[in-house]
Design a protein around this ligand. Structure first.
Ligand code: NAD
Ligand code: UGA
Length: 470
């Protein structure tokens, strides 16, 4: 029986291993983490992450061939295949700060694997890492491993999106496996291919060299984010000209060479990866003496920052150039619907912008707790995934933020409503009721284009929708 161990019980490690366990009942899958609290949560009924369909998969496999454990060394020691799915955030300090990937967690995982391995291992890079990381990992393993113990490194980047992770894992567009082009490398690729082949059609399992696999992950995220920045850039021009960004995106996306997906204009993209991975790509380009290429990708981030600040400016300028002392309801704090994840959510920048202009913000999100909101708003850029000492929010800022238990409560007495996450429930709220409880004139700023602006105008709202005629 093959044994798989995964280091990192996060948004990727947890769901990915649960699906492998579901599809390979004869394989023992153990997910380990240095955070005992996270492992306890995986072993409870309140899983540490919210992801549609995940609880059901975990319920079916946990205790059968899927286990969550804090006994990292034992399970790594026993495994044939070790996935490493630890966090690889943007460096917050030192060389490359604000751009380069911080590989501290990865390096310590690799050193631990080398220290405890008493049999040959296939070590799989599941985390998103800079191209050529496998070379560094190989060095660490080979220099620190015991005599006679061999390691093969594979790159097997993950392409799941949060909110649809289980669907993506069950029916991936492709699985990508990169390995060394040696007999041992090819055997390791085959061993991992055999795992995925249990449910993924053969033609969807792509094999490449290590560097292509590592770089393809960064490239895929850069291409996806670039589409959003492109449509968001168009949204500004639409507002200036009277074109409607939804109509433009539809017309453009009908070209089969372009395609319809990922062309929804928004308040900006968020999430733990797009920005981090593009910054990482920019840094790699700079290190390789390619400043023009670096600058090209940098623009994707610049437009995203522009879109967020443009939104804040629109709110303030529409409300007679001042939001000081005004209550503004923020509907949605997660970076997208169907997740409780707030990492790099555009809501953080928008709320900070409004607070900076002295507004009082009242936030409602169906999956985000008050603690999480307070933590996020107290954090500096890039610090969220580093063990830093948090600066508490200033007493004035604390007074400016409240968290509501529903959208109606958030909007009561507010001057404006900002929709920042496209939760389905925001489409069907009783907006006449919301209007009735608000200060007048009552504004809606739809950062996700989820409401029917004409209907809201009939109720009496002044409505701003991204990229739509005013
Ligand atoms: P996460 O922060 O949710 O999970 C990482 C986990 O690794 C944490 O629980 C942490 O405690 C644990 N960890 C850190 N060092 C460890 C060690 N030495 N041993 C054991 N556990 C350790 O991160 P995530 O969102 O799951 O992302 C993980 C990687 O996958 C990142 O490189 C990310 O870029 C990539 N990725 C993420 C997504 C996504 O949707 N979140 C999708 C594709 C790829
Ligand atoms: C993204 C990629 O889609 C995954 O393939 C990849 O594996 C993952 O990053 C990763 O490497 O972490 P994720 O960030 O979970 O997945 O979610 P997306 O659906 O890509 O959304 C990212 C952000 O873009 C969200 O804030 C979303 O609201 C925004 N977005 C998305 C738009 O503004 N417009 C769109 O048309 C699509």
């Amino acid at each position: 029986m093959v044994k798989i161990c995964c280091l990192g019980a996060g948004y990727v490690g947890g769901p990915t291993m649960a699906v492998i366990a579901l599809k390979c009942p004869d394989v023992e899958v153990v997910v380990v983490d240095i955070s005992a609290a996270r492992i306890d949560a995986w072993n409870s009924d309140a899983l540490p992450i919210y992801e549609p369909g995940l609880a059901d998969v975990v319920r079916r496999c946990r205790g059968r061939n899927l286990f969550f454990s804090s006994d990292v060394e034992r399970h790594v020691g026993e495994a044939d295949i070790v996935f490493v799915s630890v966090n690889t955030p943007t460096k917050a300090r030192g060389l490359g700060a604000g751009k380069a990937a911080d590989l501290t967690y990865w390096e310590s995982a690799a050193r631990m694997i080398a220290a405890v391995a008493t049999s040959d291992k296939v070590v799989v890079e599941k985390s998103t890492v800079p191209v050529k990381t496998a070379e560094a990992i190989e060095k660490i393993l080979d220099h620190n491993g015991r005599d006679g113990v061999g390691f093969q490194i594979l790159s097997n980047p993950e392409f799941l999106a949060e909110g649809t992770a289980i669907r993506d894992l069950l029916a991936p567009d492709r699985v990508l496996i990169g390995g060394r082009e040696t007999a041992a490398g090819r055997a390791a690729v085959q061993a991992l291919k055999d795992v995925y082949a249990r449910w993924v059609p053969e033609e969807r399992i792509l094999t490449t060299n290590l560097w292509s696999a590592e770089l393809s992950k960064l490239a895929a995220n850069a291409f996806l984010a670039q589409r959003i920045s492109s449509v968001n850039a168009m949204s500004a021009l639409c507002e200036a000209t009277g074109a409607d960004v939804a109509e433009v995106a539809y017309a453009v996306g009908k070209d089969s060479r372009i395609g319809a997906k990922f062309l929804n204009a928004s308040v900006g993209f968020g999430g733990s990866c797009f920005q981090k991975d593009i910054l990482n790509l920019v840094y790699i380009c700079e290190c390789n003496g390619l400043p023009e290429v670096a600058n090209y990708w940098k623009q994707v981030i610049k437009i995203n920052d522009y879109q967020k600040s443009r939104f804040v400016n629109r709110v303030v300028s529409s409300m007679f150039n001042t939001v000081a002392g005004k209550k503004i309801a923020v509907l949605g704090f997660a970076f997208k619907k169907d997740t409780g994840d707030t990492r790099e959510t555009p809501a953080i920048d928008v709320c900070k912008g409004l607070i900076g202009d002295k507004a009082k913000v009242s936030i409602y999100d169906p999956q985000v707790t008050e603690d999480q909101v307070q933590r996020d708003l107290a954090m500096s850029r890039f610090d969220w995934d580093h063990p830093v000492h948090l600066q508490p929010m200033s007493p004035t800022a604390i007074k400016q933020v409240s968290v509501a238990w529903d959208a109606y409560e958030a909007a009561r007495d507010a001057h404006g409503v900002c929709i920042l996450t496209e939760w389905d429930e925001f489409r069907s709220l009783d907006y006449a009721r919301i209007y009735g409880g608000m200060q007048k004139p009552a504004f809606v700023f739809d950062g996700r284009n989820v409401v029917d602006a004409e209907k809201l105008r009939e109720i009496g709202f002044i409505v701003y929708s991204i990229g739509k005629p005013l």
